[in-house]
Design a protein. Structure first.
Length: 343
């Protein structure tokens, strides 16, 4: 692997577009931006550029080559997967024919045991290569994309953990990847690191106790001073905070029962590590929607459900987490415990 490899970004949403601008600003070449949504790519093509505003500064870069098929990443040394987690299995299947052992795949957020799930999906798809598959335990940015070709960043996280299901991979590739994504530190236990992801703890209680507004998922009014995608605290009542605390306590109980006590990070401490002084924009514009559907489609099946499963294996009761999964299943008419794809 060369010191400065070409990079492909899979997923042209807010995180993927931010990767393009941020990584290119540090001198790396983005040689492909890939997304399965043809209409979205057409809209990006019409704009012809990506403009970043907000806490990470103002910058505009030209579009890299666009492609619909993840196989277009074949010539890239590093592949950044910035899709939602429910798309990981499809991405793995598309990549499997073109991968070689030298490829480095980084999941921008793996959720629980993400790198192992992704590697398993590659194997199921018949991939003959053994690329390095790594994951972050939280996304590097807090961003919103109000329209194609425009992203606004309200935070750059100061700390993230890099891990991999295979021992030693994170140490081996840390020097390369920390140049691409500053702030990453190596964790030697991928499952423990992923269990510290705070998205399910923070997002799901907010959704559940504000279900009517969350299910509407309406665009915010631009004339309003605060709210929308960047202001989850508007939905953080005392009741929500108490529910988050209960979910976090059960999450930590599961980690301790699994023998991961030395890796446990409580939610307040995780927030302090990720969002240290100066990490956030003081006042962000109101944009996006009242709630993101990712708060359900990622955080329940790839966050809370695996925690519940691990709890059962470890002989730990998680009545709060289990009740939340069931209640949101009723509201969404979905059996979240049913096996699904996702890498």
């Amino acid at each position: 692997m060369t010191p400065s490899p070409d990079i492909a970004v899979i997923g042209a949403g807010a995180i993927g577009q931010t990767f393009v601008v941020d990584v290119a600003s540090r001198g790396y070449r983005i040689n492909m931006l890939i997304d399965r949504n043809a209409k979205h790519l057409d809209a990006l093509n019409q704009v012809g550029q990506i403009r970043l505003t907000g806490h990470m500064g103002d910058a505009t870069v030209g579009l890299p080559p666009l492609a619909l098929d993840a196989a277009a990443a074949a010539e890239s040394g590093v592949i950044l997967v910035a899709t939602t987690v429910d798309q990981h299995e499809a991405v793995a299947h598309a990549l499997s024919p073109i991968l070689i052992d030298d490829h480095v795949i980084l999941l921008a957020n793996g959720y629980v045991d993400g790198s192992r799930r992704f590697a398993s999906a590659l194997q199921s798809a018949g991939c003959r290569a053994t690329p390095a598959v790594l994951e972050l335990n939280t996304t590097p940015f807090l961003v919103c994309s109000p329209e194609p070709g425009r992203v606004h960043a309200t935070a750059r996280k100061r700390w993230m953990e890099l891990s991999a299901w295979q021992s030693g991979l994170a140490d081996e590739h840390h020097r390369l990847l920390v140049g691409i994504i500053p702030g990453i530190e190596v964790c030697d236990n991928a499952l423990a690191s992923s269990l510290n992801n705070q998205n399910p703890v923070a997002h799901v209680p907010s959704y559940l106790l504000n279900a009517r507004e969350a299910r509407n998922c309406e665009a915010v009014a631009p004339s309003t001073h605060r709210g929308g995608a960047f202001y989850l605290e508007e939905y953080s009542s005392d009741e929500v905070l108490r529910l988050r605390t209960a979910v976090d306590r059960e999450r930590m109980d599961v980690m301790n029962a699994l023998g991961f006590g030395r890796y446990v990070i409580a939610r307040p401490d995780f927030s302090l590590k990720s969002y240290g002084p100066g990490a956030r924009e003081a006042v962000s514009p109101r944009m996006g929607r009242t709630f993101s559907r990712r708060f359900v489609t990622e955080d329940v099946p790839y966050g809370l459900v695996p925690i519940e499963t691990l709890a059962q294996q470890a002989g730990v009761n998680t009545p709060v987490i289990s009740s939340i999964i069931t209640m949101i299943g009723v509201l969404e008419s979905c059996d979240w415990r049913k096996p699904r794809g996702g890498g």
